[in-house]
Design a protein around this ligand. Structure first.
Ligand code: THG
Length: 368
């Protein structure tokens, strides 16, 4: 595979783990929240095989945190999301759509409640720090809003529990899905949650202090040598199979959370103080929505621009936004936005793949 170069620059931020990621032989990077995110280490296929059978350590520092702390912290978080965060426990994480006053998606972070008056928003790729600072200033809220020196490191794969047990103990392994506990590393407390951008199981450890990054990385690799622990990263194939949406690709500021398939995180009956409430209430019946589609034929080429989906008369009724060959399901797996008229499972559409027109069948759900 030949790839275009990414020119390094000071503007593109390094992470506390970059020296170790480079030493591990990263083959390609992308940029996310103005920071380097590894794309693959061997090939996407080999990374995928290994992720599904062993354990990987992922530098996901790009999941930058917006910290919101102070008496109005809950109020500010609630202004940004239709998910009701009022009953969130202080060891809890919520997947939350962040939605503007026109009812459109701005981001889809993991919100983490650390204390009653202290939250992190673990961002996808858009500048929500600026939005949150703007709201706090305009509404004269009693909060501080800033990006802390916190960088998530994900530990993912079927052997993630074993690795975490060895390094941090069985009590940490007992953490439930989307709950967090506190570990201590070299005298520094850090949050660890059972979460992560794969369906292979595992944890996200929120490195608290860049100066501990390399030592933390080395500790995990030393403890996991016989588990074949390797450097990894969010994997294109596995995340499409799992139906994990990528903000900026599958969902954009053009879409409502209902179109994004995130209606189950919109608590319009109970939410109080969400700024997009009036607009979003009028948009609760989507005209198009995220779907999993299977595309016929040999492995599809890499996708750089979305591929139109047409009906039998040639009308455009949707767009494929993510696409790849799946070795395990022996087909091309894709994520698309499809019009209501054509979104029922079993509907066959024509995908305008750059190399050929191909049949694409709407599925009832994702693969993994
Ligand atoms: N972890 C953390 N921060 C993140 C991500 C992450 N920031 C960027 C990006 N990923 C945000 N987007 C998502 C998308 C999906 C999920 C998490 C973050 C996710 N979804 C579960 C699923 O679909 O299986 C459901 C979660 C739930 O229902 O509670 O985990 O990965 N820290």
């Amino acid at each position: 595979m030949s790839l275009p170069y990414l020119t390094p620059s000071i503007r593109i931020r390094k992470t506390p783990f970059s020296s170790r990621v480079n030493a591990a032989g990263v083959k390609a990077y992308t940029v996310y929240n103005h920071m380097l995110l590894p794309s693959f280490f061997t090939t996407p296929e080999e990374d995928y095989r290994h992720l599904k059978s062993a354990v990987q350590v992922w530098d996901v520092s790009v999941e930058r945190q917006v910290e919101i702390v102070g008496p109005d912290a809950l109020r500010l978080v609630q202004m940004t999301t239709p998910r009701d965060v009022s009953r969130m426990q202080d060891d809890q994480c919520y997947y939350v759509p962040m939605v503007d006053t026109s009812g459109r998606m701005m981001n889809d972070p993991v919100a983490i409640r650390l204390h009653q008056n202290r939250f992190w928003l673990s961002l996808a790729d858009s500048d929500m720090l600026l939005y949150c600072k703007g709201l706090a200033a305009a509404a004269d809220l009693d909060v501080e809003v800033f990006e802390p020196d916190v960088s998530p490191l994900a530990i993912q794969g079927p052997k993630a529990d074993e690795l975490v047990a060895r390094v941090f103990g069985d009590d940490i392994v007992s953490t439930r899905f989307f709950r967090h506990k506190t570990i201590n590393f070299q005298g520094q407390d850090m949050i660890i949650a059972r979460s992560g951008w794969s369906h292979q199981g595992g944890f996200e450890l929120y490195l608290d202090g860049s100066q501990y990054g390399e030592a933390l990385w080395d500790t995990l690799f030393a403890a996991g040598e016989d588990l074949d622990v390797r450097a990894g990263c969010p994997n294109l194939i596995e995340r499409i199979e799992a139906g994990l949406l990528s903000f900026g690709s599958d969902i954009t500021p053009a879409h409502t959370p209902f179109e994004a398939g995130l209606g189950k995180y919109c608590d319009l009956d109970t939410v109080n103080g969400f700024l997009g409430y009036a607009a979003l209430s009028k948009l609760s019946t989507p005209a198009r929505q995220i779907r999993a589609l299977e595309v016929d034929g040999p492995p599809v080429p890499a996708i750089y621009d979305s591929w139109p989906l047409q009906d039998s008369e040639g009308n455009v009724v949707g767009q494929i936004s993510s696409s790849t060959w799946s070795p395990d399901y022996d087909t091309n797996v894709t994520i698309a936005m499809v019009d209501r008229s054509h979104w029922d499972a079993g509907t066959v559409l024509m995908a305008k793949v750059p190399d050929a027109d191909r049949n694409a069948t709407v599925r009832a759900g994702f693969w993994g």
